[in-house]
Design a protein. Sequence first.
Length: 299
Amino acid sequence: MLSFLPPLVRALIACVLLVANTLFWCFFLFLFALVRLVLPFKAARHVLDPILNAIANRWVSGNSAWMRLTQPTVWTVEGADQFAYRGWYMVNCNHQSWVDIFVLQHVFNGRIPLLKFFLKQQLIWVPVMGLAWWALDFPFMRRHSDQVLRKHPEKRLEDLEATRRACEKFALVPTSVMNFVEGTRFTPAKHAAQKSPYRHLLKPKAGGLALALHALGHRFDSLIDVTIVYPDGAPTFWHFLRGDLREVVVHVQRLPIPAEFSTSDYMGDSKVRKQVQRWLHELWQRKDERIEQVLSSTR
């Protein structure tokens, strides 16, 4: 544990270890991704996809190692030990910071299959990691504003097609599909602009979750609902590297997915949309109450 070092020194060490860990495992990831590109057959994917996922899991383990080395964080995790590694899961979580991704990977690594995130299309241009996400079949989505969608409703089909293609690949090997249904990170300004009915959350967007359930719902064992709370406030990524994250509370709940969600037409049936939105709203109300309870107990 290097918690005795000054924060700037810890941050520099963490940066070096993160970059070294990423470059080391990306070499092997890109090597096997190139083989898969040359052999674009389903039989080859059955062999190569588990190898690529295993490499990514080693990268996550490396990140957990330097986090333990450089950070004095107290982890309170409840409910994460109830899953089978070989299964398909839909994972849902509130979103406050880029740190959320490291928290989720740290908590679930080795417990459920590798988390596959829905990413903004622009992130494919992130150096090294954009190519890594592509190699791991992370779905890249074009996020259109409500104003654009009102003018061009056909653009909704772009995300539908991207989700369908991604889920076809996910069906080959056990996968955990991760979705931040708020669509963006929580900030007080966004919360006020939305006039959100929740105290600690933005309004959830059911579309992406519903599309994934429709495309792969018959595969999902259950929904994993995750609530992340930072009692001292959500850290920036820089503060995370400095080791300023003193405590993180993670609550995990396994929930059944209504069977009709995987067979109904979310895009074309307004009754189905209302049903999914109502289900998600109730889930979000419980999550908001849970966050309030955690914060109240630490004040």
